[in-house]
Design a binder for this molecule. Structure first.
Ligand SMILES: *Cc1c(COP(=O)(O)O)cnc(C)c1O
Length: 429
């Protein structure tokens, strides 16, 4: 399998190179040259596969030639070492809980897969890797946890000052060792622009073997397909589900669409957004315009110019995607949904899942006779400041991430420009 740059159809590399490069020259996104077709036999017998065996069937075509079968199986067993339950909220709405990993966010999956791929590749490559990552909240924590303590990998995480939750901040800043946190006095888009510029900078590239851990990295991106299949494995109805994805940088949605193009049965996708709705506007008007980032209570989706947009376009150009709808909801609507679902159904949603819930409800109202699932991308207790006052109760923080609370938080502070990042990197090494 080759990966081709969406900026230049002549630029093709294999999986390993795509992972190590992060992005193609000129900030191009990698996309599979041909999308594998999963066999009917596999698609109709999902229930017979263990998580790792299912993931192997889905991902092996994407890594073939770069990771040996046995090694890939082991990587997948480690990556998927937690539960992905599909929980009924009511008869037509299900929640795919993606928050049972070590940092309570769906990004654990992609980050763990990427870290283990890099570990595998570093055996063949004696140079040290530097992972540069911009986070709007959850990516950084997942990456910090997945990479902490790995040999030959240094991690630098940029996060926007004042725009991540307290727990997220602790998850970013308390690991230490090979994990460096940088608090940027700007927005997530600033952080992302700084990372992209560094990855494309000749001088820095002569000194560092960079790679990116953002959802643009193909290892993160393609591995997110797996839980869509795990959802289908648990889906109780004959008719395929509508799947609503709480969307920011659009990596998660683009992975679902990739899975759909490979054969996953889906009735329709919903791109559920908060006030940052570049994709919703595009689907309505056919015109893409990047926006200023607007701060909301679902902060991991506060992205004005989503970096996976071109992958969405590319996926749409394949004819298998039947339906993609976009809706946006503001913070008040999101709060009301959390309250209502808690009161009526006894289910507690986090603000990101709640946006996806709203998108699913809207689609089901407009298209009766369907049922669907929304991706619950974060544990509600990660957003206790928002959720607790709404449900008038206290949320229990799972043991696996309460330990951050007593640790020492360390972060560098820099202004939102490339020169500051450059200076930090050069002074560290
Ligand atoms: C990152 C994140 C999202 C957005 O996912 P994208 O792949 O960037 O669209 C949604 N919810 C949570 C909790 C997240 O951390």
């Amino acid at each position: 399998m080759k990966y081709v740059s969406l900026n230049d159809p002549n630029f093709k590399v294999d999986f390993k190179e795509a992972v190590l490069m992060g992005q193609a020259p000129g900030k191009g996104l990698f996309f599979p040259e041909t999308i594998p077709e999963l066999s009917i036999e596999f698609l109709e017998n999902l229930k017979q596969y263990s998580k790792a065996a299912l993931a192997f069937e889905v991902l092996n075509p994407f890594t073939e030639g770069c990771i040996e079968s046995e090694a890939l199986k082991k990587i997948l067993e480690e990556t998927l070492d937690f539960d992905f339950p599909l929980v009924p909220v009511n008869e037509s709405v299900f929640s795919l809980e993606l928050f049972h990993g070590p940092t309570g966010a769906f990004k654990d999956v992609g980050a763990r897969f990427l870290s283990r791929c890099l570990q595998y590749f570093s055996k063949e490559n004696s140079r040290k890797f530097t992972i540069l990552v911009a986070t709007s909240g959850d990516t950084g924590g997942a990456v910090a946890d997945a990479f902490f303590g790995l040999e030959n990998v240094e991690v630098v995480i940029l996060f926007p000052k004042g725009r991540v939750s307290e727990l997220q901040r602790m998850q970013l800043t308390t690991y230490g060792k090979n994990i460096n946190a940088l608090e940027v006095a700007g927005t997530f888009d600033d952080c992302q622009a700084m990372v992209k510029q560094a990855l494309a900078d000749d001088n820095l590239n002569s000194k560092f073997q960079f790679t990116s851990a953002n959802s643009i990295n193909v290892a993160r991106w393609i591995s997110q397909q797996v839980y869509y299949f795990l959802a289908l494995q648990q889906w109780p109805y004959e008719k395929a589900p509508v799947i609503s994805v709480p969307s920011g940088n659009l990596g998660n949605l683009a992975a679902g669409m990739l899975a759909n193009n490979a054969g996953l049965k889906v009735e329709a996708f919903v791109a559920a957004c908060n006030d940052n709705k570049a994709i919703v506007d595009y689907l309505e008007s056919g015109v893409y315009r990047e926006r200023e980032t607007i701060a909301t209570i679902s902060n991991a989706m506060d992205v004005g110019n989503p970096s996976n947009f071109k992958r969405i376009l590319q996926s749409l150009s394949k004819n298998k995607i039947k339906n993609l709808k976009g809706y946006s909801f503001n913070s008040d609507e999101t709060r009301n949904a959390i309250e209502k679902v808690f009161r009526n159904d006894g289910y507690t949603m986090d603000p990101h899942g709640a946006v996806a819930y709203l998108g699913l409800k809207r689609f089901l109202e407009e298209n009766p006779g369907n049922a669907g699932l929304f991706l619950e991308t974060a544990h509600p207790a990660k957003f206790e400041n928002i959720v607790e006052p709404i449900v008038h109760g206290s949320l229990e923080l799972p043991e696996r991430f309460s330990h951050y609370k007593d640790k020492k938080s360390v972060a560098g502070r820099i202004p939102p420009n490339f020169a500051a990042l450059q200076q930090f990197l050069l002074s560290e090494n």
